[in-house]
Design a protein around this ligand. Structure first.
Ligand SMILES: [Zn+2]
Length: 245
């Protein structure tokens, strides 16, 4: 199938294509990833995710539509809830920061599809500056927790995908703003050696995930995520397991 803005997040698209979020889902729990692909399980939309989308959609120029699609962001008195008032303040502050706005000045939500390591991939870029840069926007709680989200994987796949499609190997940046009382913001470039290392890991893991996705091997259950907990049955276990963790 041809991927476009309308069908990008559809079940059919997720069955046929790998994406960075699907790959990361396999990485954290194979069983949950498969349940998401089959439509059996949906990860809850958290307030943090919605705040991120709010800021994303401002930059995309579609904030009005977003506010119509998500009436839950308002109180009964039709006022924005506190988190989204904060999101508005974040937008107002980064709007006055020339470096930040410059980093987000490319084409928004640009989709690429390509073949890599023998499978089809789909990616959607927050800001794409042809021949110059790929930038992804992140609204996070704190700057120092950034690495735990493994954005190196996202950068590696985006960079390689754009290179396969256009021939240009572009630097990958994260335009990051925090939600702290006094908000912090910076543009982080992920070094090439870090991207290369992350891409090698994708190459090593993807074969197993393709086999799982196509039903040739059974997914493993992590036993700790919300999906695994939702389908588990109690069993008798050795208390000392808890002390070793
Ligand atoms: Zn799990």
């Amino acid at each position: 199938m041809q991927i476009n803005q309308e069908n990008y997040y559809s079940e059919a698209a997720n069955r046929e294509y790998f994406s960075v979020s699907q790959y990361k889902s396999f990485l954290s729990c194979e069983a949950r990833a498969m349940a998401e692909i089959s439509g059996e399980y949906e990860r809850p939309v958290t307030k943090a995710l919605l705040v991120g989308s709010f800021v994303d959609r401002y930059f995309e120029g579609t904030l009005d539509e977003f506010m119509k699609e998500n009436p839950g962001i308002y109180t009964r008195r039709r006022e924005l809830r506190a988190d989204f008032k904060r999101a508005n303040q974040i937008i107002e502050i980064v709007k006055t920061d020339p470096k930040f706005m410059d980093s987000m000045s490319g084409e928004k939500q640009k989709i690429f599809t390509f073949e890599m390591f023998g499978v089809k991939w789909k990616i959607k870029l927050d800001s794409y500056n042809p021949g110059k840069a790929i930038t992804d926007l992140k609204v996070v709680a704190r700057m120092d927790r950034l690495p735990q989200w493994r954005y190196d994987i996202q950068g590696a796949v985006y960079q390689k995908g754009v290179e396969i499609c256009t021939g240009d190997r572009l630097p990958f940046y994260l335009a990051v703003v925090t939600k702290e009382k006094v908000l912090d913001r910076d543009i982080w470039q992920i070094p090439q050696s870090t991207l290369d290392f992350a891409l090698r890991q994708v190459e090593e893991n993807i074969g197993r995930y393709v086999d799982i996705k196509e039903g040739r091997i059974e997914p493993e259950h992590c036993g700790r995520c919300d999906y695994c907990k939702s389908i588990k049955k109690a069993r008798v276990r050795n208390y000392n397991e808890l002390l070793e963790a």
